[in-house]
Ligand binder design. Structure first.
Ligand SMILES: NC(=O)c1ccc[n+]([C@@H]2O[C@H](COP(=O)([O-])OP(=O)(O)OC[C@H]3O[C@@H](n4cnc5c(N)ncnc54)[C@H](OP(=O)(O)O)[C@@H]3O)[C@@H](O)[C@H]2O)c1
Length: 298
């Protein structure tokens, strides 16, 4: 049975992957909590190598990352260790063992001055420490020559962890008015969609009848919900379902004054994912409705 090392099963995407990867093999979930059977700390190279030697995976799925975009400006060294150096080690291990590495990246690798959806072969130009360290991780994987699938996603939300959906739902209960940035455009993406799409891609990769050549399909893929919006309209779409919806007022990026610079436009084209794997991702409104329904049913 295929042994799948899942790094982070408690983050937004990792928790969903723990469920969606089950049909593909034996999932061995690891995180950095020392009470688990296998604990991994991505800031410690030895801990990464030790886990891989113990687990002997046939596939590594890395859903862990340093994702605190603003805090990364103050902690560039830790962000670099987790998002770039640890990823380089995973890639070297994958190459040495001739196994596939699945990894996640971000729309924040792009500058954000485009006005049509970014394609995978467009030049990245990250404007934040987070974006720079994530891009360094992507580049380390590509340079290692290992078989890889790097899924670049955006504006991830879901019913767990720290994300915009849960923050807006909390603030809606506390305030009458919310001021939300209205001049950054992107695609909110449900963590569950990312995990389900990953599993669908892997099911194709491992189906011998399809004859996909991993060396050929290796690469970077954009994987986001379809459509686009801005944070203010996303907030309105969330809070309208609250019992006493607050007013949501648009503000400009400079009025919010976050430490890290974010792209003004980071919509990603999913055409490559559709061309190679035949997967068309739903509009962000559709996934938001499903996520809200899933929250109700908990
Ligand atoms: N969140 C977004 O809006 C967004 C947007 C675009 C792309 N992405 C990418 O999508 C992927 C998944 O993101 P996510 O939203 O699921 O992230 P998340 O919810 O923040 O989860 C990140 C996970 O990484 C773990 N982690 C952090 N530092 C670690 C370390 N030193 N050693 C071991 N584990 C460590 C965290 O563990 P702890 O719980 O112990 O901290 C957590 O389980 C990441 O590659 C991210 O860059 C995210």
């Amino acid at each position: 049975m295929r042994r799948i090392l899942l790094i982070s099963f408690t983050g937004q995407v990792g928790a969903e992957l723990w469920r969606t990867l089950q049909p593909l093999g034996q999932v061995i979930p690891v995180d950095r909590h020392p009470d688990e059977q296998y604990a991994i700390d991505l800031t410690q190279p030895d801990s990464i190598k030790k886990i891989i030697a113990q687990v002997k995976p046939d596939l590594i799925v890395n859903a862990a990352a340093y994702t605190a975009v603003d805090k990364a400006e103050q902690e560039p060294d830790i962000a670099e260790r987790v998002n770039a150096e640890a990823v380089a080690i995973l890639a070297a291990e994958a190459k040495a063992r001739n196994i596939l590495l699945v990894h996640y990246s971000t729309d924040y690798v792009y500058k954000g001055d485009a006005d049509t959806p970014y394609l995978e072969d467009q030049q990245p130009n990250p404007q934040s420490v987070y974006g720079q360290t994530k891009l360094a991780g992507d580049q380390a994987i590509i340079d290692s020559g290992c078989q890889h699938l790097i899924f670049r996603t955006s504006w991830v939300y879901g019913s767990r962890g720290q994300n915009f959906l849960l923050t807006m739902q909390r603030l809606a209960k506390e305030r009458d008015t919310l001021q939300v940035v209205a001049d950054q455009y992107g695609a909110p993406t449900w963590s569950r969609l990312i995990a389900e799409t990953t599993a669908q891609v892997l099911a194709q990769v491992y189906n011998p009848k399809l004859g996909l050549d991993l060396n050929e399909v290796s690469g970077v893929y954009h994987l986001t919900n379809a459509g686009e919006t801005n944070w203010c309209d996303f907030a309105k779409a969330i809070v309208k379902h609250e019992p006493n919806p607050p007013k949501v007022l648009p503000i400009k990026t400079e009025e919010y004054a976050a430490p890290a610079q974010r792209p003004a436009y980071s919509v990603l084209s999913n055409d490559k994912l559709a061309d190679v794997f035949g997967l068309r991702l739903p509009d962000w409104e559709h996934s938001l409705a499903l996520c809200l329904a899933a929250q109700q049913n908990r």
